[in-house]
Design a protein around this ligand. Structure first.
Ligand code: ZN
Length: 443
């Protein structure tokens, strides 16, 4: 049994109460939070200790929607002229990019993204993978890279018929889900799985129904882009007479383990379907701005008591820039400085925890006895009083910019005093650069 004591820091529990405990500690046994509180407890001599003086001790962050493979897009220029709308962004950049990915590309893009996530305090990624030419076995490679980094991951492959490869995508999701179910029955929940769809405008009815049936048998939900662009809505209305959400609802694909990502071009009726099915929504403000697609009606969605989480869509592994973007974009959109202050914090600090814990036997994203030990320390010395009432202001305008010092996932120290413990950062980046240069020639 391994024991780890993180002491002398300000403990931030998050969760419903979000208690702030000055001069506190967290004691971890194996991969579980054993206890926490104020002061320093007596511990066995073989306990590893981390001094968090001048730092916050809090749950690690959860990125609710990521594409690890986007790592290799950094610096890559799509063919000229540049994309002028969302369809062209897909057709000129993302689709050719994922089509060209091979095994080594998938491995290194995952390794780099997860490594940079650890540096930003992310301990869990919900990754949505696509590699149309190389689907079979691709989720194993992502799993392998994640296990090397030590971060928690929920993996799915976005089924799509855009190149006629929907069947292979369905098979990969099924094969991987069955494998993970076998592995996790032994107690290891570092990696979990879900079923993926790209988006309803590239998924034919045959694939939709086959996947729906398979996911039901596997007790999976769907990780799916919904109405990110107007084209998704228009295509589905024209071809099927239904919105993307109505197609998902009618085929039984909505529910508590499904995450509807983006949800920009949705109707009031769609919001009703999301609510009735208990489906969480994932908001991605930076990506939506970057693609010039629009602002998701998150305030209206939240008014219906729907759980909305936050992801990055591959813009970055870290989630905190998207928290700030969410705060700003909705104020601007509504021309109202009163809106979305608390909400922007709650998406990441409360709702991602609620959504992701549905895939695990113990909660994450909350510092509580018995939850998984996914903990970070943040170098933050508050210049104004920090307590339960002032926390969101500190989070949004201070902690989001502060440096993560230590990252612990599943009880394992992945970064200590700003230094990665499992990986040689420069070596990983050097190998990735070589691989990416080769990949760019194939793009
Ligand atoms: Zn995405």
């Amino acid at each position: 049994m391994s024991k780890l004591l993180i002491k002398n820091g300000t403990v931030v529990t998050l969760g419903k109460e979000n208690r702030i405990i000055p001069e506190g500690y967290v004691l971890i046994k194996d991969n579980i939070i054993e206890e926490f509180g104020s002061g320093v407890p007596a511990v066995d001599p073989d306990t590893e200790e981390i001094d968090a003086s001048g730092k916050l001790i809090m749950p690690g962050f959860i990125n609710q929607h990521m594409h690890f493979y986007s790592t290799f897009a950094r610096g890559l220029c799509p063919k000229l002229p540049p994309p002028s709308n969302f369809r062209e962004v897909l057709e000129k950049l993302w689709w050719p990019l994922d089509y060209a990915l091979n095994k080594e590309d998938v491995y290194y893009s995952t390794l780099v993204a997860a490594m940079n996530g650890i540096k930003k305090g992310v301990t869990t990624f919900f990754d949505h993978h696509e590699s149309q030419q190389y689907q079979s076995g691709s989720l194993d490679i992502i799993e392998e890279a994640l296990r090397e980094t030590g971060v928690r991951g929920n993996l799915s492959l976005g089924v799509s018929d855009r190149y006629g490869n929907g069947k292979a995508g369905i098979e990969e999701n099924i094969r991987f889900a069955e494998k993970i179910r076998r592995l996790n029955s032994g107690g290891d929940e570092l990696i979990t799985s879900n079923f993926g769809f790209h988006a309803m405008f590239t998924v034919e009815d045959e694939s939709l129904h086959k996947a729906a049936e398979a996911a039901k048998d596997l007790n999976c939900g769907f990780h799916v882009h919904v109405a990110e662009g107007e084209l998704d809505k228009q295509f589905n209305l024209k071809k099927y007479g239904k919105t993307p959400l109505q197609r998902l609802f009618d085929s039984g694909c909505l529910g508590g383990k499904t995450t509807a990502v983006h949800c920009i071009f949705i109707t009031d009726k769609d919001i009703g379907l999301i609510k009735d099915s208990g489906t969480p929504v994932v908001h991605i403000p930076q990506s939506n701005m970057n693609n010039g697609v629009g602002v998701a009606p998150v305030l209206e969605i939240l008014k219906n008591n729907i759980t909305v989480g936050l992801g990055t869509d591959g813009i970055s592994p870290g989630v905190l820039d998207d928290v700030r973007a969410a705060n700003f974009v909705h104020k601007l959109n509504k021309k109202d400085p009163r809106v979305f202050f608390a909400e922007s914090c709650q998406l990441i600090l409360e709702n991602n925890s609620k959504i992701s814990s549905r895939f695990l036997s113990r909660n994450i994203g909350e510092l509580k006895k018995g939850t998984y030990a996914d903990i970070i320390t943040v170098d933050y010395d508050p210049p104004t009083p920090l307590n339960e009432d002032t926390f969101y202001g500190h989070f949004l305008f201070g902690i989001c910019e502060a440096k993560v010092d230590t990252t612990v996932a599943n009880g394992k120290v992945l970064m200590k005093n700003g230094k990665l413990t499992q990986l040689d950062e420069h070596e990983v980046n050097a190998e990735s650069r070589k691989q990416a240069a080769d990949f760019w020639k194939r793009f």
